[in-house]
Ligand binder design. Structure first.
Ligand SMILES: C[S@@+](CC[C@H](N)C(=O)[O-])C[C@H]1O[C@@H](n2cnc3c(N)ncnc32)[C@H](O)[C@@H]1O
Length: 312
């Protein structure tokens, strides 16, 4: 397994999370364990660390890497949407910091053989959790054309979604679509040649991203996490979220802003009647983007957005 993952925005993440010896931290997306390792180094001795990932490969890798910390480090195969039950099972009622770094690990993209990339021919699986309920192959071969087009449009922001869905349905009537390169070809030839020539990204990028988001229910799980995190943070505890997609960032932004807002009364009412108090302080007013030197060294970090807040 290739777990040489380059962690995104490590300086900024550590500055916002500010882990200190003896604190309790959760990394909801262990991946290659890069951020986790930085956090663990700072909270030990005396700290407690809970690492979660829905990919069993990430858990196995982390078990090898962090086993020397004994019971201070727990590594749990689950979805971060279930963070409340994960912490309750560990007997933990409050933590000092939570990180989620949403997206694909280097291992998933390049070494898992699960069809996340159109750069090599692999079965169309795309599940981050191999126990997940549906695969990309099932979606492309069974969804009605309109639903397929809607997924590609909504999650991929792909303007040629209708033509792509039509081409997929036409092809699957001949034989099921089972592999990445076949799907990437169908997508490419469903797009106008002029548009393909003009694009800087591979023509299948947006459609693959959309299918992955749908297969893994990524936005629904993020929403659930954002509904639950506050109750799990100790006062002064910090949340840091790294996202790579505008739809994810919007969910994070809206929830953080809502929690940071005090009065939510209509402007037409002269005195506050809602009694709503701010619950968090925003540590980032706008999404923070990676510095130029990081993007130069790791072009994949280009679209990362970081948002952080602190519980009051
Ligand atoms: C970008 S990688 C994390 C990299 C990690 N921060 C590092 O420094 O190595 C994303 C990881 O999050 C996991 N993941 C994504 N969404 C998840 C979710 N909802 N619940 C649990 N794990 C998730 C993926 O399986 C993947 O291993």
């Amino acid at each position: 397994m290739d777990f040489k993952h380059i962690s995104a925005m490590p300086r900024e993440v550590m500055a916002f999370l500010d882990p200190k010896p003896g604190e309790t931290f959760v990394d909801g997306t262990l991946g290659g364990g890069g951020h986790s390792s930085l956090i663990i180094d700072r909270i030990m001795p005396g700290g407690r660390f809970i690492g979660i990932d829905q990919d069993m490969d990430a858990i196995s890798n982390a078990r090898e890497r962090f086993s020397h910390h004994g019971d201070s480090v727990s590594l749990i195969h689950d979805n971060f949407a279930n963070i409340a039950s994960v912490l309750s099972e560990q007997g933990i009622s409050g933590v000092d910091g939570i990180l989620v770094d949403i997206g694909l690990s280097q291992h998933q993209l390049n070494g898992s053989g699960r069809g996340f990339s159109f750069m090599r021919d692999e079965p169309l699986d795309m599940r981050m959790d191999s126990l997940g309920d549906t695969t990309a192959e099932e979606l492309v071969n069974t969804l009605p054309e309109k639903e397929l087009a809607d997924i590609i449009f909504k999650y991929g922001e792909e303007r040629f979604s209708r033509g792509i869905a039509k081409a997929i349905v036409r092809r699957r009537e001949v034989a099921p679509i089972t592999h990445t390169l076949e799907l990437a070809d169908i997508i490419r030839f469903a797009m106008p040649a002029k548009a393909v020539a003009k694009q800087k990204i591979h023509p299948a990028t947006r459609s693959f991203q959309a299918l992955r988001i749908a297969v893994n229910h990524e936005l629904e799980r993020l929403e659930r996490f954002m509904d639950d995190f506050l109750a799990l943070l100790n006062p002064g505890g910090r949340l840091c979220v790294l996202s790579f997609h505008s739809l994810e960032d919007r969910i994070v932004k809206q929830k953080m802003r809502y929690l940071a807002s005090g009065c939510i009364c209509s402007k037409s009412i002269p005195i506050c009647v809602c009694g709503n108090e701010p619950k968090v302080k925003l540590l980032t007013r706008k999404a923070v983007r990676p510095a130029d030197d990081e993007v130069e060294a790791n072009p994949m970090a280009r679209s990362t957005r970081l948002r952080a807040c602190e519980r009051l």
